[in-house]
Design a protein around this ligand. Structure first.
Ligand SMILES: Cc1ncc(COP(=O)(O)O)c(C=O)c1O
Length: 445
């Protein structure tokens, strides 16, 4: 097996490989390096200098247009006019911190909670997915009196100190603290797909027993409901239920991280956990929530928030400000008015079946999986052994970039193509994508 790749190394530009890039791009890379230092990574062998976005399209400084099949933050489309208008109008009317009354924030809270299970009826607003996950960990610890968390082995939940500790895909998560336990992600390709739910629940029970044996009390389990950084494993609907039962039986809380699959992306349901028929204790939200306006939140069962509130308050200067609420409301409106969840379902299914056909001609595609417009393509050296092929995956991603189509990479072995376009990606876009993929596959083989 290959060495596990940390999340920031995936599809990263090598800062020492600037030969052949345009002088303008080289200058920008130099300025970035001088000001940002070494911790921030760029994508692709040839980094992009983007200046404009529109729908599923991104434009660079040279006027080249790229088909965006990667970005889930502008989930309803880059620079969607209705979001832009709502944000600009509210910004020109009022924006201040969150300790005054604003009716549009409550309208947003009510609308958003209306998409959740009835028992998940409170919300705390933040600005990012990391802050949301961080808050969820605090609540889990406060209500259980425990400190122990269980996560999948290549999970990513964000960048605060506490959240980094439970994000094994982050290089700085090592060495792992004694209260963080990992279980293998539900790799529906390399293990028996139908048994994956049972296996995961069993591993969670074992991890709880192990932490109890060393005197650590279980606080909770947190999982991205589509296991994106683990390699995109939506799995069969329902397979997570047994794990939820195991978590509750041990007195822990179940936290559904919806930063990736939430807001209609899976096509089947508004939320990834809902595909599994689960009622989580907390729902962590971020990225697509404001279509680019930075906002996040935690939907939570009121009794948990009540217990937390007995000893703590929570104040977030920008979380749930009036502009965020305007953006969030506009996103919900556009999702509904443009039928984007349904589009995600239909276009996603089409794309997956056509990628399978393209793969049957090539040989390096081991598995094509996904839900709606969240697709993982497992690139392997051998379709019998399923051995991951990181180098070929990277070649394909860069080959697509050379064809002006943007995708990314996921998974602990850095070999899964991550295809996650804005939800307005339609069949016509899918056909452009497939044409490019056929070329990139042929070049990479
Ligand atoms: C599943 C998941 N949770 C949480 C986060 C953190 O979100 P943010 O980068 O907005 O803090 C991410 C970011 O990639 C994520 O993928």
């Amino acid at each position: 097996m290959e060495v596990t790749k940390k999340i920031l190394e995936l599809n990263a530009f090598d800062m020492n490989a600037a030969a052949g890039l345009s002088p303008e791009v080289v200058t920008l890379i130099g300025r970035r390096r001088a000001t940002f230092g070494p911790t921030s990574m760029l994508f692709y062998e040839k980094p992009l200098n983007l200046v404009r976005g529109e729908g599923v399209w991104l434009h660079d400084a040279d006027g080249t247009r790229y088909l965006d099949a990667y970005n889930n933050v502008p989930s309803v489309g880059h620079c969607h006019p209705r979001i832009v208008e709502a944000v600009a109008r509210q910004m020109g009317t009022l924006n201040t911190h969150t300790r005054y009354l604003y009716s549009n924030v409550y309208t947003y809270a009510e609308r958003l909670l209306g998409t959740m299970p009835a028992t998940v009826s409170n919300i705390v607003f933040t600005c990012t997915g990391s802050e949301s996950a961080d808050f969820a960990l605090r609540v889990a610890r406060a209500v259980t009196g425990g400190t122990g968390f269980i996560v999948t082995d290549n999970a990513y939940h964000g960048n605060t100190s506490a959240v980094t500790e439970i994000s094994p895909s982050s290089a700085s998560a090592e060495p792992r603290p004694p209260y963080v336990f990992v279980v293998p992600a539900p790799d529906t390709y390399r293990e028996i797909s139908e048994a994956v739910g049972r296996r995961l629940a069993r591993d969670v029970r074992t991890a709880i027993a192990k932490m109890n044996a060393i005197g650590i009390r279980f606080a909770g389990f947190i999982a991205d409901s589509i296991f994106s950084s683990d390699g995109v494993f939506p799995g069969e609907p329902g397979f997570l239920r047994e794990t939820l039962e195991a978590v509750h039986a041990a007195g822990g809380v179940y936290i559904a991280d919806e930063v990736q699959p939430g807001f209609g992306r899976t096509g089947e349901k508004m939320w990834g956990f809902d595909r599994h028929g689960l009622v989580p204790d907390m729902v962590v939200m971020g990225k697509p929530m404001g279509n680019g306006f930075p906002m996040g939140g935690v939907a939570i069962k009121p009794d948990l928030l009540k217990t937390f509130g007995e000893t703590s308050g929570y104040f977030n200067t920008f979380g749930g400000n009036p502009v965020a609420a305007a953006a969030g409301l506009a996103v919900l409106d556009v999702l509904k008015d443009e039928g984007l969840q349904q589009n995600s379902f239909e276009t996603g299914a089409y794309l997956r079946s056509e990628i399978r056909i393209a793969g049957s001609e090539g040989g390096c595609i081991g598995d094509v999986r996904g839900a709606g417009l969240y697709i993982g393509v497992d690139i392997v050296k051998d379709t019998q052994t399923h051995e991951p092929d990181r180098d070929t995956a990277e070649k394909i991603v860069n080959g697509m970039r050379d064809r002006n189509i943007l995708i990314g990479i996921a998974g602990g072995h850095g070999n899964v193509l991550k295809i996650r376009p804005p939800l307005c990606f339609n069949r016509e876009h899918a056909d452009i994508f497939l044409n490019g993929l056929r070329g990139a596959l042929a070049d990479a083989s």
